[in-house]
Design a protein around this ligand. Sequence first.
Ligand SMILES: CC(C)(COP(=O)(O)OP(=O)(O)OC[C@H]1O[C@@H](n2cnc3c(N)ncnc32)[C@H](O)[C@@H]1OP(=O)(O)O)[C@@H](O)C(=O)NCCC(=O)NCCS
Length: 165
Amino acid sequence: MDGKRPSQSSTTLAQVMGIGDANSAGNVHGGTVMKLCDEAAGLAAIKHARRRVVTAGMDRMDFHVPIRIGELVTFAATVNAAWRTSMEIGVRVEAEDPRTGEVRHTNTAFLTMVALDDDGHPAAVPPVLATTPDEQRRMREAELRRANRLAERAEIVAHRAREGE
Ligand SMILES: CC(C)(COP(=O)(O)OP(=O)(O)OC[C@H]1O[C@@H](n2cnc3c(N)ncnc32)[C@H](O)[C@@H]1OP(=O)(O)O)[C@@H](O)C(=O)NCCC(=O)NCCS
C-alpha cells in the first residue's frame, strides 16, 4: 500500500462558540472541545484511510487556557503516524477573538482512530510519509505514546494475573 503525506489528509474545522456551548463558569464547555477534536480527528483519519473509522481512544486532551463564548475556534487535525489498522491523530485547537484578532493556542489532543472494512473489522491503512522535520518529530512522539500505551496495558494484564483477578 502506498504511503501518504500528512498534508494529504490534514483537516481544519472552524466554529464560533455560542451560548449553548457555555459551562457554568461562562467559558466553553470542555466536552464541546473534546467532541469537535474527535470530529476533526475522524475526518483526517477517513481522508488518510479512505475508509470509515472509529475512535479507539484518546491519549491526551490538554486544556491550556479557557475558550470564551464568541471566539472563533479552529481544530487542526493531522495524522501523525499509522500502524497496521490504527492511526494517531494530533489536534491543535486555537481560539481567535474576532474583535481584537488575538489568537491563543488553547488545547492539544491525541486520538487513536481505527479504520474498518465493510464488515466492521479493522482494516489496513496506508503508512504515513513523514518528510519534514516537524512531521518526523510528530511521528517519533506518536511512537512513544503508542509504546507507553502498550506497555501500560501489558503491565495491567500481568498485575491482574498476579492478583488472580
Ligand atoms: C477499536 C476497535 C475497532 C478495535 O477492535 P479490536 O477487536 O480490539 O481489534 P484489534 O485488536 O485488531 O486492534 C485493532 C487496532 O486497534 C488498536 N486499538 C485497539 N484498542 C485500542 C485502544 N484502546 N487505544 C488505542 N488503540 C487501540 C490496536 O492497537 C490495533 O492497532 P494496529 O492494527 O494498528 O496495531 C474496537 O475496540 C471497537 O470497535 N471499539 C469501539 C469503537 C467506538 O465505538 N468508538 C466510539 C464511536 S466512533
